[in-house]
Design a binder for this molecule. Structure first.
Ligand code: PEP
Ligand code: MG
Length: 884
């Protein structure tokens, strides 16, 4: 139909390819039904209907109702039940399901069709009146909250009172009569609060529930989630209406969730949890700690409770076979939900499973080796930014651990921080720059913001598939869940560990998401080894990509780290960063403050040995690889003292009167240092600076080649050029020094001289500039600054406002502005190559480590990207994906 797609009985309209229309859940239910898997019959209302709902004053589109009713007729034929009938009532679930997975963000209503009459039939049919009345009260509660807008607490209070009155501890202790009493009280409270009675007409229930689930697309939780995950509002959600199956019909019924491989380690073993005699939301909510599906999993967890494999061997065998089939069909690890109703297995959902990056690596590599996917597909399976997770520190195994308690290792990596107990506190602390661990009994979708702000998450309740576990893995932050040996005392704001050790809010703990341990205080950490699956996958990425990946490195440490991460050279060494330390800053200040060339040359003579030895070390580390050294490009004021006290200190150290120093600083003052005497303007004003740097570079190249036996590929970069004549002038200085040093050493020195393209004029005049420049390096930080006319240092004051108001989508200093800055890059690349066909092109602005920007660079045909050392693996993978 136009609005409705049906599935069930081994057939389906639509399938996995229709995710855009049917949402993830609907599309894969249809796919499973077509594969002949046991899926309760149902129908999916398309996402467009949601958009229509909001565009037409929250009403359901014309024609939709009839299509739904026809679909229900088909379900009735398949189940032998009738919706609204009192003798053989069909009960329905109404669930949301958007294109992208948004776990727990939108609403669901179960058990539709129950009313004062059908509940009695259900009581007789199920041979368990307790079950019937419990289902009815769950329905009233869900409907009351989702459709009628009442607070959850309203119902919870009634239930708590009822339990207290009867002396029960658990919900499961209530008998049928007590549940019946709860039902009465629930209905009563609805009347009292809303002046409305709880609707008895199943069709009215249905239309209201469908509308409410559509409406939940716009609830604040869902809106926040969409913002965090960049999900467009226009997508809307689909709604699936499906025949209910019950996992809470006694000991031969159960419900559970499973991953076809271990989502934490990637191990190729079925992995999941289930609860006997329970409804689906009981598992996800983490209220009872569930049991393992497999015997292997049970042994690993040390649980006493029997596995599904032992308890229900036949159903388990069928379930395992279905999982294998689904994995082979989708060629990816699946995350499935199922229910067993009196020994009969029903599949309720399948989707590609969320996994840690480590697991993602292993699964991708294993699946290539199993022949399920190609190397290119494996390379595309990993989100480049998620590699960050692998670079997380882990706890040094040699240190003694003061264990406060332990739980399940839900998301790997270790982190240290202060204890906070609420999401708000976590957000607040992050804003203040404090590192915190969010400690909760359990988390809920309302906590998303706080989870994002925390270094790690600890819960005392729930399993590996609880909300906290799933969300933390998705965010790549360490997480321990179900730490049952620990207790959270919210009233006193304390966390009580094993043996009664009490920790207060603000005390420091360390979470080891890989072992599940919670440790006292801060603990020494080590970086992980980048071997095994990581190395294999990265090798495949390297085979695939066209662009080279270099690093921005100013120090030997940076250079070494970057080589370990696979950098193929240095794309940018900012020489000004070498002058901040120790003795050097004095000589640097002397140089800046000198009143004439003679004074400057004297200071430069002191700087030369520092530069030469720095470069020699850098070249030795990078031997055989290209290294791009940029001439000095500082806003000079960065090197000068600012406060009066600082001025006095510096004056004393430099042996000059403070008043003189203050006067020189005044004379050097610029209104707009970013657009002032920097870049090549400095080398043109004071050529002796460029001379000294060129000499240091060339002498170091000679020394490093002697030391390592291999020459670096030397590239000298002139910053902030907008005129060819500027470059000609500075290149003249460089060439002259090269000839001198070459003559002194008896052999010519090989190098390239090139320019940054970081001003719009340079991009436009690239064909002229390329007559002198042998390479271009796009400095997209400055190019973004000067194209937009937005100061890079002041942008933070209004960019977030622009984003919130929808004026721009991304911060252009993080993700390249393809339309504007991108067009300038394209123009420069094309014009530059027109006049010099072998012109080397690279990017060294921050965008060189941003996957979207890297894709753009691939499309423009740049030769390399250069980024900070820790981003090198991300850039290697992103460059490979861009080339596929
Ligand atoms: C740039 O402008 O993009 C660049 C790499 O130079 P810097 O950030 O040092 O100005
Ligand atoms: Mg720059």
């Amino acid at each position: 139909g136009e609005w409705v797609y049906r599935f069930g009985g081994g057939k389906a309209e639509g399938g996995a390819a229709d995710v855009e229309r049917l949402g993830g859940k609907g599309a894969h239910l249809a796919e499973m039904a077509s594969l002949g898997l046991p899926v309760p019959p149902g129908l999916t209302i398309v996402c467009d209907a949601c958009t229509h709902y909001f565009n037409s004053g929250r009403s359901l589109p014309e024609g939709l109702k009839q299509e739904v009713l026809d679909g229900i007729t088909a379900m009735e034929e398949l189940t032998g039940r009738v919706y609204g009938d009192t003798a053989r009532p069909l009960l329905l679930s109404v669930r949301s399901g958007a294109r992208a997975s948004m776990p727990g963000m939108m609403d669901t209503v179960l058990n539709l069709g129950l009313n004062d009459e059908t509940v009695r039939t259900l009581a007789v049919d199920s041979e368990d009146p307790r079950f019937a009345w419990d289902s009815y009260r769950r329905f009233i509660q869900m409907y009351g909250c989702v459709v009628m807008g009442l607070d959850h607490e309203v119902f919870e209070e009634i239930l708590e009172d009822e339990k207290a009155k009867a002396g029960h501890e658990y919900d499961t202790d209530l008998c049928a009569a007590e549940w019946q009493e709860v039902v009465q009280l629930y209905k009563h409270v609805i009347e009292e609060e809303l002046g409305e009675i709880f609707p008895q007409d199943p069709h009215l229930q249905l239309w209201k529930a469908i509308g409410a689930v559509f409406a939940s697309w716009m609830n604040p939780r869902a809106a926040t989630f969409r913002m965090l995950h960049r999900i467009p509002e226009e997508w809307g959600t689909a709604v699936s209406v499906q025949a209910m199956v019950f996992g809470n019909l006694g000991s031969s019924s159960a419900t559970g969730v499973a991953f076809t491989r271990n989502p934490s380690t990637g191990e190729n073993a079925l992995y999941g949890e289930f609860l006997v005699n329970a409804q689906g939301e009981d598992v996800v909510a983490g209220i009872r700690t569930p049991q393992s599906i497999t015997e292997e999993g049970r042994l690993a967890s040390g649980s006493e409770k029997p596995s599904m494999e032992k308890l229900m061997p036949q159903v388990f065998a069928e379930f395992r076979a279905i999982c294998t089939r689904l994995e082979a069909h989708y060629r990816d690890m699946q995350d499935v939900e199922f229910t067993i109703e009196r020994g009969k297995l029903w599949m309720l959902q399948t989707r590609s499973g969320k996994r840690t990056t480590k697991a993602g690596m292993k699964i991708a590599v294993d699946m290539v080796e199993e022949g399920l996917i190609t190397k290119e597909q494996a390379v595309c399976r990993i989100e480049p930014p998620s590699l960050d997770q692998l670079l997380h520190p882990t706890i040094d195994p040699r240190v003694e651990r003061h264990v406060l308690g332990s739980g399940l290792p839900a998301s790997p990596g270790a982190a240290t921080g202060e204890i906070v107990f609420t999401a708000e506190e976590a957000v607040h602390a992050e804003e203040e720059g404090r590192k915190v661990i969010l400690v909760r009994i359990e988390t809920s979708p309302e906590d998303i913001h706080g989870m994002n702000a925390a270094e790690a998450i600890l819960t005392t309740r729930g399993g590996m598939t609880s909300h906290a576990a799933v969300v933390a893995r998705g965010m790549g932050i360490p997480c321990v869940v179900g730490a049952g040996s620990m207790r959270v005392d919210l009233r006193n704001e304390t966390l009580i560990g094993v043996g009664g050790v009490t920790l207060h809010r603000g005390e420091v703990i360390t979470i080891d998401g890989s072992s599940g341990q919670v440790l006292r205080g801060a603990v020494p950490m080590i970086q992980p080894a980048l071997s095994g699956d990581f190395a294999k996958l990265m090798a495949w990425a390297d085979e695939t990509r066209r662009m080279a990946v270099r690093t921005n490195a100013d120090t030997p440490q940076d250079a070494r780290a970057a080589r370990d991460f696979g950098a193929e050279g240095i794309g940018l060494c900012r020489t000004e960063h070498m002058f901040f330390e120790g003795e050097r800053i004095h000589a640097m200040r002397e140089m800046i403050l000198a009143e004439d060339e003679k004074g400057r040359r004297a200071a430069l003579a002191k700087l030369l040995p520092y530069q030469r030895s720095d470069f020699t070390e850098l070249f030795s580390i990078m031997h055989g690889l290209p290294v791009t050294i940029r001439l000095l490009d500082p806003p000079l004021h960065e090197f000068l003292p600012k406060t009066e006290a600082e001025i006095e200190d510096v004056a004393r150290a430099m042996n000059m009167p403070p008043a003189f120093l203050a006067r020189r600083i005044d004379a050097l003052h610029e209104f707009n240092p970013m657009l002032g005497l920097r870049g090549c303007r400095l080398a043109i004003s004071y050529p002796e600076i460029a001379e000294m740097q060129a000499r240091a570079i060339f002498e170091a190249a000679v020394a490093a080649a002697k030391r390592t036996g291999e020459a670096v590929e030397l590239e000298i970069l002139v910053p902030l050029v907008s005129l060819r004549a500027e470059l000609d002038y500075v290149k003249g200085v460089i060439d002259r020094v090269a000839a001198e040093v070459g003559a002194e050493n008896g052999s010519p020195i090989a190098y390239l001289a090139g320019t940054m393209i970081e001003l719009p004029r340079a991009a436009l005049r690239a064909h002229v500039i390329a007559e002198t420049a042998e390479f271009f390096s796009f400095g997209t930080n400055d190019l973004t600054q000067t194209t937009f006319g937005i100061s890079r240092d002041d942008a933070a004051a209004f960019i977030p406002t622009y984003q919130r108001k929808g004026i721009i989508e991304h911060d252009p200093f993080i993700s390249l502005d393809f339309d504007g800055v991108g067009e300038l890059i394209q123009i420069a690349a094309e014009r530059g190559r027109r006049s010099r066909s072998d012109l080397k092109l690279g990017i060294c602005g921050e965008h060189g480590g941003d996957p979207d920007s890297i894709r753009f660079c691939e499309n423009v045909g740049l030769d390399y990207v250069s980024c900070s050392p820790f981003r090198v693996p991300i850039a290697r993978l992103a460059a490979a994906q861009a080339a596929i």
